[in-house]
Design a protein around this ligand. Structure first.
Ligand code: PAF
Length: 291
């Protein structure tokens, strides 16, 4: 295993990526916002499997300000660079790329950044409706990172199902020669999907955060028992009863949709996808799964 390299300048990562291209090495990429947990490490493992022992795995750590809304948690977003580097070293990452805001979004130190990448269909519902500028920030930064790291393969977590779908659409529409891998959600033993934002939860809210995966399991059970599916509104009524058992949770949305088009469904069947977003105190969590 080669020693971990940490690169911060845009020029250094792009020069290295071009060298790797000339040498014919495969590059796997895991974009993150740091504060790494076992979910991120599973993405690294997928990237390594995809590029093999001779390929290179790059993980980026960049808390992208452009994907946070005005009243969101940018200023308080957890950061732990040293701990992240330790995890990357033991997971066999070759390069950590950690750019700064000035280089990414203030070209030449001036506030003259004016180019955006915006998907305008599947990014509109769910997270896009709840957080109107979020996906524009995600697609712009991911496109920029792709141009800097020049990966053959990039790995995204299925917990952010809509994000992965939006990025997949961007890759298709803009002809990035990159294969996108969707990596399964990693969960705590009680079902809570791993997320950096779980760190915000106090014990009482942590105990009730299991509501998201419980809602999905209940929906799966009901759809599994139905013949030919169930009306979305009927399923919502069943799920509202589950919610009553979790008084600390405030539902943001539940959506049933087609996993390939992300179109909302009036009738929910086996193979439909469900997404849920809920506040536990001031912490907003999301989860999703197939039914
Ligand atoms: O999923 C994330 O951590 C971020 O949205 C990403 C893909 C790194 C872009 O900033």
């Amino acid at each position: 295993m080669s020693a971990l390299r940490v690169l911060k300048s845009l020029n250094s990562i792009q020069t290295l990526a071009l060298t790797w291209k000339r040498e014919g090495l495969l590059v796997g990429f895991v974009p993150t916002m740091g504060s790494l947990h076992p979910g991120h490490i599973s993405l690294v493992e997928q990237a390594r499997t995809a590029v093999g022992p001779t390929g290179k795995v790059v993980l980026s750590i960049y808390v992208n300000p452009t994907q946070f809304g005005a009243n969101e948690d940018l200023a308080h977003y957890p950061r732990g660079f040293r701990e992240d580097l330790k995890l990357c070293r033991s997971a066999g990452v070759d390069v950590v790329f950690a750019p700064c805001d000035r280089d990414m979004f203030l070209v030449g130190g001036k506030a003259d950044y004016s180019t955006w990448v915006e998907e305008q269909q599947i990014s509109m519902g769910m997270e896009g409706a709840a957080r109107p500028t979020h996906f524009r920030g995600v697609t712009t930064v991911v496109a920029k990172l792709f141009n800097l790291v020049l990966p053959d393969v990039a790995v995204f977590g299925a917990k952010d199902f809509q994000q992965a779908a939006v990025i997949g659409r961007m890759v298709d529409n803009l002809h990035f020669p990159i294969r996108i891998i969707l990596s399964p959600t990693v969960r705590e033993s009680d079902g809570l999907a791993l997320s950096t934002r779980n760190r915000y939860l106090d014990p009482a809210h942590r105990a009730q955060a299991v509501v998201l995966s419980r809602l999905i399991s209940k929906a799966r059970e009901v759809v599994g028992k139905s013949r030919g599916g169930i009306l979305a509104n009927e399923l919502r009524t069943v799920l509202n009863r589950v919610l009553e058992g979790f008084p600390l949770a405030r539902l943001d949305y539940i959506e049933f949709f087609c996993p390939s088009t992300l179109q909302p469904l009036g009738r929910v069947k086996r193979g439909s996808q469900m997404a849920v977003a809920a506040f536990l105190g001031s912490t907003r969590l999301i989860d999703n799964g197939p039914l």
